[in-house]
Design a binder for this molecule. Structure first.
Ligand code: 5AD
Length: 324
């Protein structure tokens, strides 16, 4: 099944066919990546960020959050704990924090790769040389959302950032042989359905291996504090369309989905998603990693497994690379 741009827009506009869309995405998910759900152990290791993204609670002008940074050795210890708990992939995520220079990151990556797991990085825009050094140390995957492909909106949302550099990052990462993840926010102020259709087509064009997306949630300590939250169903539709068009990629049921709907994660798993990313540093830091308010972090692996089994699925025990 392939949709042209106008068909995608029409589907996004019309809510009368939603059940058909979600069921089709679920079928495409089953046929292409099966019933196994991949768990990724998420370590949010620093909430310090030099960026000023208008929607994000970690933006540097936000003086009201308590900033933290986990020491490299402690990051490796958290990863070890997660691998012992059975996680096959560790995801290292942070704000754009220059403390973690190329050399510091390389040491962390080497330490984690010795544990025998797959490693995903999500630490923002870096040079080709940094990305290459991380890859040479064993990093397998990299997440960097494009956030929106609407250039004008991108510019408004990201002071001091450059859309073309973001695309450059994605292309460099692909060139270097990473599995590359990207994605977008759904429901940013002034975002159009047309631009959401372009986002999905962009994911296909760059041949993304993973797509993470969720509704925008207004954070009180950002310039968008008075904006309306994104819509859960619309975000789910964009996710379902992404599954239908990109077929065999990995798609997480994101935390933002659950934040707007208490059943959001399960609904996402039944509408195209096949990945869950429980936080493995939860009790210690996650209340401070507040990208948006009421972020619903999952941490108890047993609890996650129970939820997955309750919908007739099971937890994968392989590394969960993209199935080709
Ligand atoms: N609401 C929803 N998602 C957000 N992100 C950042 N701020 C928000 C928000 N207010 C998402 C961005 C980023 C990811 C880590 O979190 O898409 O890439």
């Amino acid at each position: 099944m392939n949709f042209a741009r106008q068909e995608i827009i029409d589907i996004l506009k019309d809510d009368s066919q939603n059940n058909w869309l979600f069921e089709l995405a679920d079928k495409v998910r089953r046929e292409n990546v099966g019933d196994k759900v991949h768990l990724r152990g998420l370590i949010e290791f620093s909430n310090i960020c030099k960026c000023r993204c208008c929607y994000c609670g970690l933006r540097s002008p936000n003086k009201l959050i308590d900033r933290y940074r986990i020491e490299p050795d402690d990051i490796i210890l958290y990863a070890k704990k997660a691998v012992e708990m059975g996680y096959k992939t560790i995801v290292l995520q942070s704000g754009e924090d220059e403390f973690y220079s190329r050399d510091v990151m390389c040491e962390i990556i080497k330490g984690i790769k010795e544990l025998g797991c797959a490693l995903t990085l999500s630490i923002g825009e870096r040079s080709f040389e940094d990305y290459k050094a991380f890859k040479d140390c064993g990093a397998d995957r990299y997440l960097i959302r494009i956030e929106t492909t609407d250039r004008q909106l991108y510019k408004k949302m990201h002071p001091n950032m450059d859309f073309d550099n973001r695309v450059r990052c994605l292309k460099d990462l692909k060139k270097l042989g990473y599995e590359v993840g990207t994605g977008c926010l759904v429901g940013l102020p002034e975002q159009t359905l047309e631009s959401l259709a372009d986002d999905v087509l962009f994911f296909k064009e760059i041949d993304a291996d993973m797509i993470g997306l969720g509704p925008f949630i207004a954070h009180p300590q950002t310039p968008l504090k008075d904006s309306a939250n994104g819509n859960f169903i619309l975000a789910l539709k964009v996710m379902a369309l992404t599954r239908i068009l990109l077929k065999n990629i990995n798609i997480p049921a994101t935390t933002a989905m659950e934040t707007l709907n208490p059943q959001g994660r399960v609904i996402a798993l039944q509408s195209g998603a096949n990945v869950v990313m429980p936080n493995v540093t939860l009790s210690d830091f996650s209340s401070k990693y507040e990208i948006y308010p009421d972020k619903c972090s999952l941490s108890d692996r047993g609890e996650v497994e129970k939820i997955i089994k309750s919908i007739g699925r099971s937890v994968s025990d392989d590394y969960g690379f993209r199935s080709r």
